[in-house]
Design a protein around this ligand. Sequence first.
Ligand code: ADP
Ligand code: MG
Length: 280
Amino acid sequence: MASEEPILQTDLERYLPLLARGKVREIYTLDDSKLLFVATDRISAYDCIMKNGVPQKGSLLTKLSARWFEFLKSEIPALHTHFIELSIPDTLKQSVPERLVHQLQDRTMQVRRLKVFPIEAIVRGYVTGSAWKEYTEEGTIHGITVSGPGGRRLQESEKLEKPIYTPSTKAEPGSKDENIHPDQAAEIVGQPYAEQIEKLSLEIYIKASTYALSRGIIIADTKFEFGLDETSDQVVLVDEVLTPDSSRVWPADTYQAGRAQESLDKQYLRGKFSASLDVR
Ligand SMILES: Nc1ncnc2c1ncn2[C@@H]1O[C@H](COP(=O)(O)OP(=O)(O)O)[C@@H](O)[C@H]1O
Ligand SMILES: [Mg+2]
């Protein structure tokens, strides 16, 4: 049984080269083609890491991502993902102290090492968050003109007629991601990759949100990241997928357009800051 103390940092640097420490994950190099992707119990909002963690959060994120990778692979056979397996490599297990094996348990994924495209591939099925803020001010979402049925104005949290692809920049630590129009994403990553990323993002969102809804859960929006396998020139789904950290998730039974929704993600945490920061 894992401890209830949140794991805020892992200490494997003596055993594996640390490639990067993200807001939530720590990424170690296993070899030229593989990474060890470890989700801590850290929680962040608006790109700030909180002082306190949430016990077992990293384990839950890891299991949810693994489940979605498996689901997506079966639904979209042509999709490439970075997921290899959930286990800790045997050689590592044998060489590190028991305390560190315990730290890694249930929160570790072996993934393919790829060059990550510097955009966040966001898909929105409902208008909420920064998209709602922009819509109320400009009547657009990431510069795209949208309206409700019959051309009327959308209400807060309303379902869009069709999900839309609304990328953002992937900002450097300390600065804020910026919502951009899909044409700007094409300027950043190049037209052929941008097209593949958009098509895959929409396809994944549609499959996943349809499945989630059949289980009583609305995935209002979500963010994907993609990488490039430079040897095969394949666009590959990377990072975490469809977790409550990367998505807005609402219970379907209490959903009602025209107001903010009860949420199953970290919106409650964002809400605590948004009043003082003027963000959503
Ligand atoms: N397969 C991969 N190869 C290399 N980097 C990856 C891969 N998958 C995800 N990443 C990167 O690893 C980091 C994941 O850690 P996370 O804590 O989520 O970071 P962030 O603070 O950037 O959100 C992200 O920066 C993501 O772009
Ligand atoms: Mg992340």
